[in-house]
Write a protein that binds this ligand. Structure first.
Ligand code: ATP
Ligand code: MG
Length: 445
């Protein structure tokens, strides 16, 4: 049933030949049982760290976490993490165990793992070792803590987010007692580093089941992104909207293409709405200026979550323009291309698509408009249309060669030429550009 790659078999054999027992463990076993090929391989063994090291002294190894019993063997393009069976001491900080202890007992090692589905081991001869009913839980698609969930989340609060992430990605449901403990212990997430939190959120947002998790898990996620909480039950009082703000946001995240930046944009795009809400005489809700407020909220929160700077810049740019009106007009489309560049402009259209899909069906005709704008872009790119300085048929040196003074005058002339090409149909050829420039000068003189 489980067909493990050759390099992993060789690692098994090496430990066996030296008198040690080894097992595949954790996510890779879970993935095999779900009929998927694992992304990475973790092994656990009764060999002590120095003994593991001896077994692989002629191989490429990384001493990733030797102190905690982990060594990574690089073999046949795979990186296999091998960890001595261990138990963990007290967790006084809700993050790390104060100490780890090595053990000979496999089940002791499995007991420290977060969820039953992640607490399975596999041995090529003995088969699956299931000390905590993980097989049944995988079959029923249930996420359940190993042991007392409250205690397990108090030990390491990151497990709360891992649980939500697994549910979003795998579509498994979270067992009731485990879910309740997640809610009760969610406040401990404040102690977890921003990097670990944003890594989990990133995977969660890309999960197929993200919509349900954003809605059901909002009180938990609200500990790390408090700005989500006012979205709950927020009635937009607007005929374009069939969902409250939280549902709209969740549906739009799910509808966005599978690109991390786009998921973050959708999560944050309307966070400014509650602060900008106005209801007119007819009782209709309006949210003038909310894009800017959302952008500010996003910048602050994403910085606090320590996302990479360049990623934050892209996300904020798309939030800023998410509600801008984009018309099906070649000249205007060129302006957008000039302002954002091709990649970001296409992404902005993807944002608008996701936003629209999360609105009332009466608005869905806009999806066709977006498709048409996308086709306009395709055409402009195919025609090698000019919409940025680098597309111009000449550059600063050409202008200096015809006597324009080095310095700001060059940039000014280039911009003027670009505008004439984009807006006034000036032909983008060197000769006609220079001629236009000359005529302009004569005109000024
Ligand atoms: P994936 O690699 O698909 O994200 P995974 O379950 O393999 O999921 P890893 O972070 O690779 O997750 O961890 C490997 C295994 O280590 C897990 O399956 C689990 O058994 C254990 N584990 C990881 N993190 C924790 C944690 N915070 N608490 C308890 N056990 C954990
Ligand atoms: Mg893994």
């Amino acid at each position: 049933m489980i067909k493990i790659p050759e390099p992993v078999t060789e690692i098994f054999n090496r430990l066996n030949e030296n008198g040690f027992k080894a097992y595949l463990v954790g996510g890779c076993v879970r993935d095999y049982l779900r009929g998927q090929s694992p992304g990475d391989f973790d092994m656990t063994t009764d060999a002590r760290p120095d003994q593991i090291k001896d077994c692989f002294k002629n191989e490429r190894v990384l001493e990733t976490g030797l102190k905690h019993g982990t060594l990574t063997v690089l073999k046949g393009g795979l990186a296999v993490e091998i960890t001595t069976h261990r138990t963990e001491g007290l967790y006084s900080d809700s993050r790390h165990p104060d100490a780890v202890f090595f053990t000979k007992e496999l089940c002791e090692d499995l007991k420290r793992r977060d969820f039953t589905m992640n607490a399975l081991a596999y041995h090529p001869v003995r088969g699956i070792i299931d000390c905590f009913n993980g097989l049944e839980d995988i079959k029923n698609q249930v996420i359940k803590s190993v042991g007392d969930p409250n205690r397990r989340f108090q030990e390491d609060a990151l497990r709360i987010l891992r649980g939500l992430r697994f549910s979003a990605v795998l579509g498994f449901i979270i067992e009731a007692e485990t879910y309740q403990a997640m809610r009760d212990q969610a406040h401990l997430l404040k102690r977890i580093s921003a990097e670990r939190i944003s890594q989990e959120l990133d995977k969660l947002l890309l999960g197929e089941n993200v919509r349900k998790i954003l809605i059901d898990g909002v009180d938990i996620l609200g500990v790390v992104i408090p700005e989500l909480l006012p979205l709950k039950n927020f009635d937009q009082k607007n005929p374009h909207h069939c969902y409250d703000l939280l549902n709209h946001t969740a549906v739009s995240v799910a509808a966005a293409a599978q690109i991390s930046e786009l998921k973050w944009v959708m999560l944050f795009h309307d966070l400014g709405k509650p602060a900008c809400a106005k209801v007119d005489q007819d009782g209709t809700g309006h949210f003038y200026g909310h894009s800017r407020v959302s952008e500010e909220i996003a910048r602050k929160r994403l910085n606090a979550l320590r996302l990479p700077k360049e990623k934050i810049r892209k996300i904020c740019l798309l939030i800023k323009y998410h509600d801008a009106i984009i018309e099906k007009d070649q000249r205007l489309v060129k302006r957008w291309l000039n302002r954002l560049g091709e990649e970001s402009f296409r992404q902005l259209l993807a944002v608008k698509r996701a936003d629209c899909m999360a609105q009332d069906a009466s608005c869905h005709y806009r999806l066709e408009e977006i498709d048409e704008i996308e086709k306009m872009i395709d055409q402009l790119i195919a025609e090698q249309a000019c919409f940025s300085l680098k597309d111009l048929a000449l550059d600063g040196n050409d202008l200096i060669a015809v006597g324009i003074e080095k310095g700001p005058a060059v940039g000014k002339a280039l911009k003027m030429l670009l505008k004439a090409v984009m807006e006034e149909g000036l032909v983008n050829e060197k000769e006609s550009l220079l001629k236009f420039l000359k005529e302009g000068e004569n005109h000024v003189n």
